[in-house]
Design a protein around this ligand. Structure first.
Ligand SMILES: Cc1cc2nc3c(=O)[nH]c(=O)nc-3n(C[C@H](O)[C@H](O)[C@H](O)COP(=O)(O)O)c2cc1C
Length: 234
């Protein structure tokens, strides 16, 4: 149990981290995140919750300049197009792309899920069978995830939880980040297939993320709606 003084300390660290974090447009190219610190960020993602514990996402880290440049023409949210810079693609210490599993691998009864239950969750057969039945009802009835698109979006939502946790973990260590949805999905899929051997039938590019150290002060102040507009108490 933490005592009150410690809790107050943690509270202020949390709030400090959340006001420190901003969507960084340009990173200091000369600074690399130390490996141990980046490992902590990765662990914050890996240990994040997922619906049914199914771990519906993977993270592709893209580190070499040549590989990042493959995305430059169509990853407009990361290529500095709006800011006249080399963008997050050119300046981030670490650059990743979250891949969400598609319905091919996430539908109840899939080979991926069977292996996941057996090898990761270590479920005995009867538990795995019960789990599959509940998941099937959830997907087909409760949440109506009845199309490939809806199931893939469900996977992507899990990736965003990890994304958020990773950015917060980074901010707590004074590391900057930027979430990135500014890219053309079809062109990203084609690039992933051609240059990284990633099958679009298996993985969908959900969101990108850049980490590093800001090159300068944020371009704009942090603005948010008031709390009473954001939260309703019933
Ligand atoms: C899912 C998501 C996608 C985003 N995509 C981009 C992007 O492509 N490029 C970019 O520079 N910022 C992107 N942003 C940053 C938002 O514009 C930013 O978070 C928002 O304006 C609030 O500003 P702040 O994060 O600096 O407080 C994205 C944010 C989120 C959550």
């Amino acid at each position: 149990m933490k005592d009150i003084v410690e809790i107050a300390d943690v509270q202020s660290q949390i709030l400090e981290a959340f006001s420190f974090r901003h969507a960084t447009k340009l990173f200091d190219e000369t600074r690399k995140i130390p490996e141990a610190e980046f490992d902590t960020i990765l662990e914050a993602g890996r240990l994040s919750p997922t619906s049914f514990g199914a771990e519906q996402w993977q993270l592709l880290m893209i580190q070499t300049r040549e590989k990042r440049e493959l995305f430059r023409d169509f990853a407009w949210g990361a290529n500095g197009m709006m800011h006249g810079t080399t963008g997050q693609l050119g300046s981030a210490s670490h650059f990743g792309l979250f891949l969400a599993r598609t319905s091919e691998t996430m539908k109840a009864g899939s080979d991926y899920l069977a292996r996941h239950m057996r090898e990761v969750k270590k479920f005995p057969d009867e538990v795995a069978n019960g789990f599959e039945a509940v998941l099937r009802k959830f997907q087909e009835e409760d949440f109506g995830l009845t199309s490939d698109r809806l199931l893939t979006e469900w996977s992507a939502r899990q990736a965003y939880i990890a994304l958020g946790n990773m950015m917060t973990a980074a901010a707590l260590m004074g590391i900057d980040s930027c979430p990135i949805e500014g890219f053309d999905v079809k062109q990203t899929q084609a690039t992933l297939q051609e240059h990284f051997g990633i099958d679009p039938k298996e993985f969908y590019p959900a969101v990108m993320v850049a980490f590093g150290y800001r090159a300068g002060a944020p371009a704009y102040p942090q603005t948010r709606r008031d709390l009473d507009e954001v939260v309703a108490w019933a």
